[in-house]
Design a protein around this ligand. Sequence first.
Ligand SMILES: [Zn+2]
Length: 419
Amino acid sequence: MITGRNVLLGIVLSIFVGFSLYSILDSTPASSKQRNIGKQSEDIVEIDPWITEVIPAGGSLYGIMENNGIPLREIATITYQFGDYIDVSTIQPGDTLKIRLSDDRQKIEAMTFVQEPTVRHQFKVQGDSLVYIQEKLPTRMETKLITGNLEGTLSESLASKGLPNSDVQQIINALESKIDFRRRAKSEDEYQILADLRYFEGKLISGGKILYVQYKGKSTGTHELFRYEDPNPKSVLTGLYGPEGKIVRSSSGGGVGYPLAHIHVRSKFGRRIDPVYGNWAMHQGVDYKASHGTPVMAVANGTVTEAHYAGGWGNQIRIKHPSGLITQYAHLSSIGVKRGQSVKKGQIIGRVGSTGKSTGPHLHFGLMKNGQWIDPSNLKMVASEELTVIQLKDFNIQKEAILTKLRSFLSPPTVSSHP
Ligand SMILES: [Zn+2]
């Protein structure tokens, strides 16, 4: 467990202009300023103390810190607490991380994480804790109906309407599970999209909501998708659904993946000679060969139920999936998620290591059903994600509201003239 996590100062400042963040942070008690002693010396050297890095495709915050030579222990401490403030499942390539290091480059003093132009997550390290301030710049939402005919690919057509890439991708992913675009899409096909669009300084930015999608083609037939928004803001269920509330997901979004990019089984589930004690014992999972530091990924969407050091398991993560099954990732060198956090399939949750009862770096991967360890080769069972009866009711209410909105766009009420 990391100490000092309880000293958390979460301040949300909407629009703050005109004064520097650090003038606020420096008004904290003198006792927490020890590390700054001697910093305000006479000569001011014109060096930008901030390292600015954009997360590359396939990269991570962890990787950026590692590449800058920050000690692993420091990275683990910081990234662990980071999850208290940032939904790490939303971190993606293109996000920017700024880090300010101590003079000996052993400690992180402050960080700013910019995920989108309108939000700045600012951190300052005090003792063992992160002090967090969020700066939010105002955006404007507007509901619009976007219609058109296919010109080139659907992705090109939608991008030409100014839709942000993330929205385009969401629409394509959902439709691809229903339509074979390569073979069936024709240039006269029609699309209709109702969306709450998000504007920042007059420009369309991501973070809008796609409410409704209709795609109509001679050879594709007509397909409709409706947004379902789960009341839990972290729910992985929020997204586009067919008219009956059936989940539509492309292969990239749903199903079950593997915990490592390359899979080499070292030891299977079942009875075996214990590698540490030499006696016969039950092996409660699968061991995959992997070198120290290899990224470990969640195999399916779910919620982290355990993320801590646990005796023989060493650093261990457990994830509960919507099906009720639990997956386990053990002997990790580092843990990148925290308890209660939602994770998505393929998200990096930690790194391979050899902590706990282990003879060398590997990943122990376990699968639990109703409190029993079962053979992880039954993995397919993890995937099923369906709306519950209550959620389905909620979906239908939301669908009606969307249809009402849609009708108001399709047949705008005539302005009645005064009698
Ligand atoms: Zn094992």
